[in-house]
Design a protein around this ligand. Structure first.
Ligand SMILES: [Zn+2]
Ligand SMILES: [Zn+2]
Length: 90
């Protein structure tokens, strides 16, 4: 069962491959989610408060921005489920 990139819909074998793809393909001077131009994409992801930007920040930072260890664990599981290829598309 693969993980789907929610921006370009490509499917990858696992979360690791998706992460590598995400950082390579969607790490531009503009945001692939909303099209905004930005010098600091990660900061942009974190400033926005919608789900897609939040997921993007979690993928890029591997949830390291979440300081609470228990919460981080839960969020990681949620992200994992959301990115699952078999789940409904966003
Ligand atoms: Zn993608
Ligand atoms: Zn954006």
């Amino acid at each position: 069962m693969g993980k789907r990139c929610f921006i370009c819909n490509r499917v990858f074998d696992d979360y690791k491959s998706l992460r590598i793809h995400f950082k390579r393909a969607h790490n531009n001077s503009h945001c692939d989610i909303c099209g905004a131009k930005t010098d600091n994409l990660v900061l942009h992801y974190m400033k926005k408060d919608d789900l897609q930007h939040f997921i993007a920040s979690c993928i890029v930072l591997d949830c390291e921005q979440i300081k609470d260890e228990k919460l981080r664990k839960v969020i990681k599981q949620l992200i994992d489920a959301i990115l699952d290829d078999s789940s409904a598309s966003m």
